[in-house]
Design a protein around this ligand. Structure first.
Ligand code: NAP
Length: 435
């Protein structure tokens, strides 16, 4: 067997310790597949004395994680610290400029700085790999940029945040509220103490931006991705959606029609109950990709956790070992976009059908007034559900809305929200037939 691939790891938390455990457990298998052993030579984190459940005394310790990027003995640097900027970004820059290939699980950093890092990696003739950054252990990056290389990508639909999927599927199964399930998810360690990155959709936007960039060859700034989270979804919405034949999932969406612009967005959507994406439950992730040649493909599995994420990191390291063996980083560079400019659909420009839930006073004429406001925006109602109520009391009114532009729908929602008979802020969600 040839000389080992020498690896330096910065960050020894959930994923970093998981990577070391996996090399210890499956090192021989990985070496057979990668053509050379993977050997950790140096590590860095904040606290050297912390018990991490793995023996790190056998590796060189480097106090400054950024210094690892210049570590003489390392061929590849693995960044598992996290954060879009700070030491993670400084380490990426240092490693690449020192001529070392760079592996990361850091979606926030890749989403915000992918272009800069891809160009720097190309200039330095090193590889930049980030399989674990999207959907954890699911090899969707490799599938998209290599497996689907012969395809124009018309659609990507992603369930990319295990926390949100866990919350939505438990709310649906138990009729529980968002707040109650979130509190439980935090107790079980599925949600962070500050859950906003997940539940407000920003984490999904980072991942969706990366998928869009790989699918369409230009980096999509996550700040340009219209993003909605799941805080406004109630058990009532899940119940009515089910009555209408739908489940609700937080989706990262990338769509392109012919030569048109690329639509990239994140929002909770009603999806048909019979669709395979509706069967993705709990903390699992799934990415549904439609290529013009291959048709529909599905990537499914664990999107987080020490083992799954370490599996993806080791996949990248095995790739790096093969690259070095053949003295070539060109293969992976060719699939990482190096462009900033591409045509993105402006916010409000897409068209959808919609689910609308209004809290209205049950009295004659209310539905007619709402229908008139919708008709003014050339928006048609396809069906109505109104549970029997008591005249004068508040009742939910559910309207399914025909295809209409987002901007027209937003104007109609504002006008409807101002009606005296509408008691609280209207809830609007898009319907995604996933076709
Ligand atoms: N957890 C997952 O399931 C998962 C899944 C996919 C992707 N990721 C990504 O993987 C990365 C790591 O996540 P994680 O869950 O392993 O995080 P984590 O458990 O919080 O671990 C972070 C590690 O980074 C070290 N660190 C933090 N700030 C540092 C600094 N200023 N200088 C030096 N070291 C520092 C910490 O050191 P100490 O231990 O000494 O405090 C810790 O070892 C993130 O980018 C995350 O988005 C995670």
């Amino acid at each position: 067997m040839t000389t080992p691939l020498r690896v330096a790891i910065a960050g020894l938390g959930t994923v970093g310790a998981g990577v070391i455990r996996l090399i210890d457990a499956n090192g021989e298998l990985i070496a057979r597949r990668a053509g050379r052993p993977i050997e950790v030579v140096a590590v860095s984190a904040r606290d050297r004395a912390k018990d991490r459940g793995v023996d790190i005394g056998r590796f060189a310790w480097v106090d400054d994680p950024v210094g690892l990027g210049r570590h003489e003995g390392a061929d590849v640097v693995v960044e598992l610290i996290g954060g879009s900027d700070g030491p993670a970004l400084a380490l990426a820059r240092t490693s690449v400029s020192a001529g070392k290939s760079f592996v990361t699980a850091n979606k926030a950093m890749i989403a915000h700085h992918g272009l800069e890092l891809a160009r720097a990696a190309e200039d330095a003739d090193v590889a930049l790999k980030f399989e674990a950054a999207v959907a954890g252990g699911v090899p969707v990056i490799k599938g998209l940029r290599e497996g689907a290389a012969a395809n124009e990508i018309a659609r990507v639909y992603g369930i990319l945040t295990g926390t949100c999927n866990y919350i939505l599927t438990r709310m649906q199964a138990e009729g529980a509220t968002f707040q109650d399930v979130l509190a439980d998810a935090q107790r079980l360690g599925y949600a962070e103490s500050d859950p906003s990155l997940d539940v407000d959709g920003h984490d999904a936007a980072h991942k969706t931006g990366i998928l869009a960039s790989l699918a369409h060859g230009f980096w999509v700034n996550p700040r340009h991705i219209p993003t909605e989270g799941i805080r406004q979804v109630t058990p009532l919405d899940l119940k009515f959606a089910a009555q209408l034949g739908y489940s609700i999932r937080l989706l990262g969406i990338v769509k392109k029609e012919g030569r048109g612009p690329v639509q990239v967005s994140v929002y909770p959507a009603l999806i048909p109950q019979g669709h395979v994406m509706a069967s993705v439950s709990g903390v699992f992730n799934a990415v549904y990709v439609r290529g013009d040649v291959v048709g529909d493909t599905l990537y499914y599995g664990r999107g987080a956790g020490a083992e799954a994420t370490a599996s993806a990191v080791l996949g990248d390291l095995a790739d790096a070992a093969l690259d070095l063996k053949h003295d070539s980083t060109e293969r992976v560079q060719a699939f990482v976009p190096h462009e900033r400019n591409g045509a993105l659909q402006p916010p409000g420009g897409a068209s959808h059908s919609y689910y609308l839930r209004l809290d209205v006073v049950d009295r004659p004429g209310v539905l007619a007034r709402i229908a008139t406001l919708l008709a003014r925006g050339r928006i048609g109602i396809s069906s109505v559900i109104q549970p029997e109520g008591h005249e004068g009391a508040s009742v939910p009114l559910i309207l399914m809305i025909h295809h209409a532009p987002e901007a027209a729908m937003a104007r109609a929602m504002q006008a409807i929200g101002r009606l005296a008979a509408v008691r609280s802020r209207p809830v609007m969600m898009r319907v995604e037939p996933l076709t």
